[in-house]
Unconditional design. Structure first.
Length: 145
C-alpha cells in the first residue's frame, strides 16, 4: 500500500460537480492498494497514518498526531501512486491492485481510520475526482508498505 499524507488546512473532493467529501484542518490521504496488499497491511497503514506526528506542538513542528487533536481525514483512492514511469512514455500500472481487490481493501482502510477514532470523509472509488486542497506547511510524506 502506498499513501501520500498531506497536512491540510482544508481539502475536498468533487465528483460530477458535487462535493462528495470535505474537511477542515486535518490530513489528506491519497491511497493506493498494491497487488500484494492484505487486510493486515491496510490496517497497519491506517494505524501509521493516524498516529504519525505531523502537526506542530509547543516545542517543534512534528509533535502531535491526527488522533491527538481535533481534526479530520479525507481519504481518496489513487491507484496511480503505483505508476511505474521508468520505461517508455506510458506509466505501467501493473503493481496496482485491480478494482475488485482494491475497493474492499480501501474500504477496510477507511473503516480502520474510523475505528481508531478519526472522522473520515472520502471520495468515490473509481470515479473521476477533482481533489482540492490547501497544503499546510507544506507538509507531505510518502508512506509505503
Amino acid at each position: 500500500m502506498r499513501v501520500v499524507l498531506q497536512r491540510v488546512s482544508e481539502a475536498s473532493v468533487v465528483v460530477d460537480g458535487e462535493t462528495v467529501g470535505a474537511i477542515g484542518p486535518g490530513i489528506l490521504l491519497l491511497a493506493a492498494i498494491g497487488t500484494d496488499d492484505t487486510e493486515e497491511r491496510v490496517a497497519k497503514m491506517a494505524e501509521k497514518c493516524a498516529n504519525l506526528r505531523v502537526f506542530p506542538g509547543e516545542k517543534g513542528h512534528f509533535e502531535i498526531s491526527a488522533l491527538e487533536r481535533p481534526g479530520e481525514v479525507l481519504a481518496v483512492s489513487q491507484f496511480t501512486l503505483y505508476g511505474d514511469c521508468r520505461k517508455g512514455r506510458r506509466p505501467s500500472l501493473s503493481h496496482a491492485a485491480p478494482p475488485g481487490k482494491a475497493e474492499p481493501l480501501f474500504d477496510r482502510f477507511q473503516r480502520e481510520l474510523q475505528r481508531l477514532g478519526l472522522r473520515v470523509a472520502t471520495g468515490r472509488f473509481g470515479a473521476l475526482m477533482r481533489v482540492r486542497l490547501v497544503n499546510d506547511g507544506p507538509v507531505t510524506f510518502l508512506l509505503d508498505t
